[in-house]
Design a protein around this ligand. Structure first.
Ligand code: NDP
Length: 279
């Protein structure tokens, strides 16, 4: 099976590398002629920044929609928004192309190790076709509902991630000021009920060490939490906590810029508090 991959960013590149080890792969680097080649494959995978970018790639000037092969499979690993994915799926269905939203979780480390969690929204037949392809870079691959359901689940996941990052940054700054050494404070939290992926992995590896690597842009997390607030509104669920996180992230993005990393809002809290969480 010939796979085409579009979107060689921080997470897309290691995902594509796994596919390249399994069989024929054509990748795209924004050259129009190359896009046509990628579109003619059996399976097209996208991993762009937003659903708007995916729609533009399909339907914009030099869009690849017309070049897709009837019977092909289109898997969108972008963390997208459910309404856009449903619209894209309908456009593709007119051309006989099956669609699944298949956003991923596990970060760039998970992508390099080929152990991503993948949340798939599609009909069951499309999921059955998608699963062996996604297995190239995924470990837990779940069919979670119809088209858009994968995007919805990913948005909720990242809203929880954002809430944890913001709240833990605030809590640890307060602990430093209260005289608790940050490493010890974290160790105790991680043996208690307030622990999370952020407290167990992200803060110890990136904040305590002062390493601050850039692996996931704050702009993309801001986009994801915006999708989550849209989901709350669409479903009529009151969501003051996630809405506040969305507002704080948007402010942080405006302050820190488009290349800032998703943990950088903790630095803003540190600055405002006049302390650093290191140890
Ligand atoms: P990056 O910003 O590193 O890469 C985005 C990629 O999309 C680049 O190859 C970029 O091309 C391409 N792209 C963006 N806009 C367009 C466009 N309009 N037309 C064509 N190509 C475009 O992002 P990531 O790789 O980090 O993220 C990709 C997706 O995966 C996002 O939806 C993100 O939320 C999600 N994700 C990211 C994770 C991470 O840890 N990084 C974890 C889980 C999900 P170019 O470089 O030429 O601009």
């Amino acid at each position: 099976m010939h796979v085409g991959f579009l979107g060689l960013g921080a997470i897309g590149a290691p995902m594509a590398a796994h596919l390249a080890r399994r069989g024929p792969l054509t990748v795209w680097n924004r050259t129009a002629a190359r896009a046509a080649e990628v579109a003619a494959t059996d399976v097209v995978i996208t991993c762009l920044s937003t659903s708007t970018d995916v729609a533009g790639l399909l339907e914009g000037a030099d869009g690849i929609l017309a070049g897709l092969r009837p019977g092909a499979l289109f898997l969108d690993c972008t963390s997208g928004d459910p309404a856009s994915s449903r619209r894209i799926a309908a456009r593709l269905a007119e051309r006989g192309v099956a669609f699944a939203d298949a956003p991923v979780s596990g970060g760039t480390n998970g992508a390099e190790a080929g152990v991503l969690t993948i949340m798939v929204g599609s009909d069951p037949e499309t999921f059955a076709r998608a699963r062996p392809v996604l297995a190239a870079f995924g470990k837990r691959i779940e069919h979670v509902g119809p088209v858009g359901a994968g995007d919805a689940l990913k948005a909720v996941n990242n809203a929880l991630l954002a809430v944890n990052i913001l709240a833990l940054g605030e809590g640890l700054c307060a602990l430093v000021k209260a005289g608790v050494p940050p490493r010890l404070g974290l160790e105790v939290l991680n043996a208690s009920s307030g622990r999370s992926f952020v407290s167990e992995v992200l803060v110890p590896e990136r904040v305590l060490t002062g390493a601050w690597p850039r692996t996931f842009r704050l702009a993309l997390l801001d986009k994801d939490v915006g999708i989550a607030t849209g989901l709350l509104a669409e479903t009529g669920v009151p969501g003051p906590v996630i809405e506040l996180a969305a507002s704080l992230l948007s402010q942080a993005r405006a302050t820190l810029g488009e290349t800032a990393d998703y943990l950088d809002p903790i630095r803003l809290t540190e600055r405002a508090a006049g302390v650093e969480i290191r140890g």
